[in-house]
Design a protein. Structure first.
Length: 532
C-alpha cells in the first residue's frame, strides 16, 4: 500500500509539472524530462509493489526491504517539497511570471539541498529502483551500482532530515514554520577559491565545486517578475563610438572595484575601422520598468556601462552579483517623446554572433535549434568589437552558478584562425591562437582555457597588427620560449586567477608546450610580417 501511495504522489508531481510547459516553452525540454522521470518512478514503484506481494519473492523481498524504505523516505520528502511549490499556483491570477518564479525557486531549492539538480535526483531514484527490482527477481544479482546508490541515498536523506528537524522544532514551540525559500543559503564568494592550492593542469581548470552547474545550459529566453518604478540612473558622457564608465563609489566591494573588466576597453591603443553596414542597432526583447532597484534587491552591483554614440544612442550596463559571479546585461534605449526602455537578461541565456559591424545577442529556443534576436550592438572598430565579444564570453563563463558549458560562440565571424598551439601560461596549459580579420586585416593573439569545464573561455587577447611591420618585436629565448616586446594583452580574468608571465623589463613571455608549436608560431609571424 505504501509503495502504491508513493507511486500516486509521483504521478501528481508529474501532472503538476505538465502545466509548466505551455507558459515556459524555453524550459520545455527540461520540464518534459522531469515529467517522464516521475512517471517512470511511479511505474517502477507499482512494479516493485507487485513483486512484494508475489510469494516467489518473499525471501528476496525481505533482503531489499530496508533499501526500499530508504528510497521511499527520501522520495516522499522530494515529492512533498515539489507539491508544496505547486501550491503557489493555486487560486488567484496566475501569470507567466508566477510560473517562472516558481520554476526558478524549485530549481534553486533542490540544488541548494543536495548540490545537484532535481533532474539528477530523479535519475538516481530511477537507477536505485531498477537495481532493487533486479535484486528481488534474482537474489544472486550483484550490481556494483547498488552500494553506490544506497550510499548516495543515505547522504541525501540526511540532508533532507536536517532541514526537517528545525521545522518540527519550531512547530513544537508554536512558531510558524519557515518558508521553503529559507532553506536556500547564500553561497560563499568564489573569488578567492578560483586559484587552486596547487596549480592545476589545463583539464582540471574548473569552477568551484560548491557552485558547479546543475547541467550544461543552452541559452534560452527568460522573463522577470514585476518590478518597482524605475530609479534615476547615473548619466554617462559618450566619447566616440562607445565609451566605458566603471564604478568608483567607495561602497562597492573589491570584486566590483577592481574587476578585470575595468581595463578591457582602455587597453588597446589602435582603432581599426569596420566598414558600416545596413545592420540596425537596438534591443528587440520585452522592456522592463524598475530594473535597477530590482537588481539591487537581488544583490547585483553596477560593474560597467558603455555608452554608444550611434543612431541608437543605446547604453549597455553589466551588473555583477559577487556571491556567485553571475552577470546580467541591461540595455537602455532612449526615446525623444517618452521615457527610456530598459531590457535585461542574464548572460547565460544569450549567445553572441557577428553580423557585419554589429554583435547580435540572441536567445536560443526550441532545444537550441532557433536563435531569436534580443539586441544588436554596433561597433566602429574591430578592437572594440573584439573586446566586447571577449568580455561577454569571459563574464558568462565565470558565472559559478549557471554557466554555459558548451560554448558555441567562441569564435568571431569574419576572423580566420591562422595558428593554433599550446602554451604554458602562468603554469596553466592554455590554447594559443592567432586570428586575422578578413575585412580590416587586424591580427591578434588569444589565449583560452584548454579543456575542462571552462574550455574555450578566453584568458587574454592582444592585437599585434602594428608590431608586424617592426623589427625585433619578437625575441627567441630557447626552443620553446618567445618574448614579445610592447604587448598589451587585454586580461579577462582576475589577478587571483591569472598573472601574465613577464620578464623583468615587462616583456610578455610565451612558453610553448613543444618546440614544434614554437617553430610554427614563428613561421606564421614571419609570413604575416611579409604582408604588412
Amino acid at each position: 500500500m505504501a509503495l502504491r501511495m508513493s507511486a500516486e504522489q509521483a504521478e501528481r508531481a508529474a501532472d503538476g509539472f505538465s502545466t509548466f510547459r505551455a507558459p515556459l516553452p524555453e524550459h520545455a525540454t527540461e520540464i518534459t524530462g522531469l515529467i517522464s522521470d516521475l512517471y517512470a518512478i511511479s511505474s517502477s514503484l507499482s512494479s516493485l509493489d507487485d513483486l512484494s506481494k508475489d510469494p516467489r519473492y518473499r525471501r528476496s523481498w525481505a533482503l531489499v526491504h530496508p533499501d526500499v524504505e530508504l528510497l521511499r523516505s527520501s522520495l516522499n520528502y522530494t515529492i512533498e517539497d515539489i507539491l508544496d511549490f505547486f501550491k503557489r499556483l493555486n487560486g488567484g491570477h496566475v501569470t507567466h511570471d508566477t510560473y517562472q518564479r516558481t520554476w526558478l525557486s524549485i530549481d534553486r531549492f533542490f540544488w541548494n539541498e543536495a548540490q545537484y539538480s532535481l533532474g539528477t535526483r530523479l535519475a538516481k531514484y530511477k537507477s536505485f529502483l531498477r537495481e532493487l527490482a533486479d535484486s528481488v527477481r534474482d537474489p544472486r544479482h550483484e550490481s556494483p551500482l547498488l552500494a553506490g546508490s544506497r550510499s548516495s541515498m543515505k547522504l541525501l536523506l540526511v540532508e533532507q532530515e536536517k532541514r526537517l528537524a528545525p521545522r518540527l522544532e519550531r512547530v513544537s514551540l508554536g512558531r510558524n514554520p519557515p518558508s521553503t525559500s529559507s532553506t536556500s543559503t547564500d553561497q560563499p564568494s568564489p573569488r578567492n577559491e578560483r586559484r587552486p592550492a596547487h596549480r592545476q593542469r589545463s583539464y582540471e581548470r574548473s569552477r568551484p565545486p560548491h557552485l558547479s552547474p546543475q547541467s550544461p545550459q543552452s541559452p534560452s529566453s527568460a522573463s522577470f517578475s514585476d518590478f518597482p518604478p524605475s530609479a534615476p540612473e547615473v548619466p554617462s558622457s559618450p566619447l566616440g563610438s562607445a565609451s566605458a564608465t566603471g564604478t568608483s563609489q567607495s561602497t562597492h566591494s573589491d570584486a566590483i572595484q577592481y574587476h578585470w573588466i575595468k581595463d578591457v576597453f582602455s587597453t588597446y591603443d589602435t582603432e581599426t575601422p569596420i566598414p558600416p553596414g545596413r545592420e540596425r542597432a537596438g534591443c528587440f526583447g520585452d522592456p522592463h520598468a524598475g530594473i535597477k532597484p530590482w537588481l539591487r534587491e537581488q544583490g547585483f552591483e553596477l560593474l560597467l556601462q558603455l555608452a554608444f554614440n550611434d543612431d541608437s544612442k543605446m547604453t549597455v550596463y553589466f551588473y555583477l552579483r559577487e556571491r556567485d559571479h553571475r552577470v546580467r546585461i541591461v540595455c537602455k534605449v532612449p526615446h525623444k517623446s517618452r521615457s527610456s526602455d530598459y531590457f535585461c537578461l542574464p548572460l547565460n541565456l544569450l549567445e553572441i554572433i557577428r553580423e557585419g559591424s554589429c554583435l547580435q545577442l540572441c536567445r536560443r529556443r526550441h532545444g537550441g535549434s532557433e536563435l531569436v534576436l534580443w539586441a544588436s550592438i554596433q561597433f566602429t572598430s574591430i578592437e572594440s568589437m573584439v573586446a566586447f565579444h571577449m568580455a561577454f564570453l569571459a563574464l558568462r563563463s565565470q558565472d559559478a552558478g549557471h554557466p554555459v558549458e558548451d560554448i558555441r560562440d567562441y569564435e568571431l565571424e569574419g576572423e580566420r584562425e591562422i595558428y593554433g598551439g599550446q602554451i604554458i601560461d602562468d603554469e596553466y596549459a592554455h590554447a594559443l591562437r592567432v586570428y586575422r580579420e578578413k575585412t580590416t586585416k587586424a591580427v591578434r593573439l588569444q589565449a583560452s582555457v584548454h579543456k575542462g569545464d571552462m574550455d574555450h573561455t578566453p584568458v587574454w587577447t592582444a592585437f599585434i597588427t602594428p608590431h608586424l611591420s617592426r623589427r625585433s618585436w619578437l625575441r627567441v629565448v630557447d626552443d620553446r620560449t618567445v618574448v614579445i616586446r610592447d604587448l598589451k594583452p587585454i586580461i579577462l580574468m582576475s589577478a587571483d586567477d591569472y598573472t601574465p608571465p613577464q620578464t623583468n623589463r615587462g616583456e610578455h613571455v610565451l612558453k610553448f608546450a613543444t618546440p614544434e608549436d614554437a617553430d610554427a608560431f614563428l613561421d606564421q609571424m614571419e609570413a604575416l610580417a611579409a604582408k604588412y
